[in-house]
Design a protein around this ligand. Structure first.
Ligand code: BGC
Length: 736
């Protein structure tokens, strides 16, 4: 039967109650199975956080015991791998993957994740995050592609295509979800879910571009954000959800609220006094599916029956939901079948390793790297809290940070920490590898989240609250590490953050190394033994002293299950690193925001007590070879940049050619420059290639105060080179 007719027929048979239920997404992990079964009988639209037999049972109830037998769809957060399944493949965090500047890696990671998620029967993945992390104090920095709208859009679109494949009804395709719409990463003071003090002009200019690309890539669902813009919560922001997303951007898929945001309109944001108002406003603003606010059901029914809300609003939302269900083919196949046996298979693990390799960023190398095992290295001291801590390496949204209630076992998947990676690389070399913990990353225990399955862990967190924990108790461990290191030829020190310093609720006011890590570093750096520091963290940290006094610094972010192997391969030169920073590193916390594409100021250095420039800028990253740029040209007719790149070193490598555009004079201020294109180029020693990159119109567009988007004719500067830093770029001036 024709799909539209099928949906029209179905809607015409639905009661208001059934429409309200179809708009609801119920969290099985919160309500429990008895309540979930009841919701399934009422004809609820979707469940989240269910796995295995629970899903089968709930789908059976929906298909057999609900009046209209509309199948439900199941959702999950598998944001860098299907992390809540103990056997699934764990990729680097989104931020770490962004460091690869590699769309193929993002696409493959999403394809693998979709296959694993679908093999568990699930239809819908709440990924990717397209928010920008311009203030790294934000707890969810690791979930983003970093600070730049262009990079986020390119990688986000690649992931969406990877999740959704060519056809949503394929066994291994799942719905992607572009989130969080919109401006969520820009919350005041980087406090998760706080108000965003920005204008819609800025929204259009800075934050919509990745979402535009997501929608062009066919993203089937969009999640509205927790926060608010200038006092209007996104959950009721009609201008954002209807005006911009639907009417202007042409989005025709499903919108879903974030977790319990309809309730938050009453309890937190206080723009509604009761569930009737909250539910009516949320539906009217354009939310199709309401995540986790079960009170919505009764309230919205009452709003329609009393005439305060037009039933057509519900019809429209239900139409979007049923359309997506038709595209998924749930009537024919109520649960995804995926690819049996594929969860955690060798091919998927290989993809995770490739992604980890892509995400390694070499930030400093005074010549010590790569280590040559043949050259008189007798002993390597591997030290530091993150050298052998898989929880720190995985990052957020894995089994540890969101354990499935009731299951207390450790994940059952192979992994390689940095220590293990170093051992692999030195196995048959005769080099002795010794390990010492050094100190803990933190004992802050600020975690207020839901460690439902492991109460003793939560208790420990509270017990070790930062205010009470005396870090100096750790001096003996530091001394022990130093004593072990004294007889070493090389120290490899892994510092960073851990799982209770990132994610929702976990913003940071201080970006220095936490706990006794700075003390550990100082003690080790005074030994005058060559020191390689590896940063395993969810975000950039303010580490000027570490950078100054280390002989080499590698940034790994959260490299996933094989992150340690990729870093060890880099240290021993098996891998020539090609990662580039997707986010700038501040000197000190007070310097943030320090993202590269700010408006020009005119009082030069902005602080008297800190350099104007960041510690490391967007796009930076070294390799074991050098690249020389020449012959930059721009063809205005085709908007194509071409530039010659030569590998002038003696090792093969991959350069990430970066193109930036500056609008010289415009009617509103514009950024000093914006990334407008990039390309990864493999070059043998001595080899040159001409790289051509066609720029989109978007690269030249501005948003005027009246919110219209135009290209104003005039002069533009096109930059090409190795990073966003002026000294790394060639430039040419053009008139359009
Ligand atoms: C997060 C979303 C996530 C949702 C469902 C929320 O707390 O903000 O990103 O998709 O929970 O788990």
């Amino acid at each position: 039967m024709d799909q539209n007719k099928f949906i029209d027929d179905l809607i015409s048979q639905m009661t208001v109650e059934e429409k309200a239920a179809q708009m609801l997404q119920v969290p099985v992990s919160v309500v429990g199975m008895d309540a979930a079964r009841e919701w399934a009988r009422k004809g609820v639209g979707s469940f989240l956080n269910a796995l295995g037999s629970e899903m089968e049972e709930l789908q059976k109830v929906s298909c057999e015991e609900s009046r209209l037998k509309v199948p439900v769809i199941f959702g999950i957060d598998a944001v860098h791998g299907h992390g809540l399944n103990r056997k699934a493949t764990i990729f680097p965090s989104q931020l770490a993957m962004a460091a690869s500047w590699n769309k193929d890696i993002a696409h493959k990671a999403a394809e693998v994740t979709a296959t694993e998620v679908a093999t568990d029967g699930i239809h819908w993945n709440f990924s990717p995050v397209l928010c920008l992390a311009r203030d790294p104090r934000w707890g969810r920095t690791d979930e983003t592609f970093g600070e730049d709208k262009y990079l986020a859009g390119e990688l986000g679109a690649a992931m969406i295509e990877g999740y959704q494949g060519d056809d949503l009804s394929d066994d291994t395709s799942v719905l992607a979800c572009a989130k969080h719409f919109i401006g969520y990463g820009e919350a005041t003071g980087a406090r998760d879910s706080y108000d965003t003090e920005i204008t819609f002009r800025k929204i259009r200019d800075e934050f919509l571009p990745p979402f535009r690309k997501a929608i062009d890539a066919g993203c089937a669902t969009v999640m509205s954000a927790y926060g608010s813009i200038d006092g209007t919560p996104l959950t009721v922001n009609k201008k954002a959800l209807r005006g911009i997303l639907r009417d202007e951007m042409g989005f025709d898929g499903v919108t879903v609220t974030d977790w319990d945001t309809v309730n938050a309109l009453i309890t937190r944001q206080r723009v509604c006094g009761n569930h009737g108002d909250a539910s009516r406003l949320a539906a009217d603003a354009g939310n199709d599916m309401i995540m986790c606010t079960m009170e919505y059901y009764d309230a919205v029914i009452e709003e329609v029956k009393s005439g305060r809300l037009d039933e057509a609003v519900l019809d429209e939302a239900v139409r979007h939901i049923l359309t997506v269900k038709c595209r998924l083919g749930v009537w024919e196949k109520p649960l995804k079948t995926g690819k049996p046996g594929s969860i955690g298979c060798d091919e998927h693990h290989e993809a995770a390793l490739e992604a980890a390799r892509g995400s390694v960023v070499l930030l400093k190398n005074d010549g010590i790297l790569p280590l040559d095992p043949g050259k008189k290295i007798r002993k390597i001291a591997v030290i530091g809290p993150n050298a052998d801590d898989i929880r720190a390496q995985y990052g957020d949204w894995t089994y540890f940070t969101h354990p499935v209630p009731g299951i207390e076992k450790e994940p059952e998947r192979p992994y390689v920490t940095l220590l293990e990676g170093i051992r692999e690389q030195t196995e048959s070399t005769g080099i002795k590898v010794e390990y010492s913990y050094g100190c803990s990353v933190n004992r802050m225990g600020y975690y207020k989240g839901n460690f439902a399955g492991i109460p003793e862990f939560m208790e420990q967190c509270y017990k070790d609250n930062a205010h009470r924990y005396d870090s100096y108790k750790e001096m003996p461990y530091i001394n022990e590490a130093a004593a072990m290191a004294r007889s070493a030829d090389i120290i490899i020190l892994a510092l960073g953050d851990n799982y209770n310093q990132h994610g929702e609720y976990n913003d940071r006011a201080d970006l220095r190394l936490s706990g006794m890590q700075e003390a550990l570093f100082r003690v080790l750096s005074t030994l005058h033994i060559p020191l390689i520091t590896v940063l395993i963290s969810s975000k950039p940290l303010a580490i000027p002293e570490v950078v100054k006094k280390s002989d080499a610094v590698i940034c790994a972010f959260n490299g996933g299950m094989y992150g340690g192997r990729a870093v060890a391969e880099t240290i021993f030169g098996k891998l020539n690193p090609s990662g580039r920073l997707p986010i700038s590193f501040p000197y000190t916390t007070g310097q943030v925001p320090v993202y590269y594409n700010q408006f020009p100021g005119w009082h030069e250095g902005r602080y008297v007590d800190c350099p104007e420039k960041p510690l490391f800028a967007f796009g930076e990253g070294l390799s074991y070879t050098w690249y020389e740029y020449s012959d930059l040209k721009f063809d205005a007719a085709s908007k194509t940049v071409s530039v010659n790149v030569k590998n002038t070193g003696d090792k093969a490598g991959t350069e990430v050619v970066q193109i930036y555009v500056e609008d010289v004079v415009s009617s509103v201020m514009t950024a000093v420059k914006n990334l407008a294109g990039f390309s990864r180029v493999e070059l043998q020693p001595g080899e040159s290639k001409e790289v051509s990159i066609r720029l989109d119109d978007e690269a030249f567009m501005i948003t005027r105060p009246d919110e219209t988007r135009v290209i104003e004719p005039g002069e533009f500067v096109i930059y090409a080179g190795h990073s966003s830093k002026d000294e790394d770029l060639l430039k040419v001036s053009v008139t359009l």
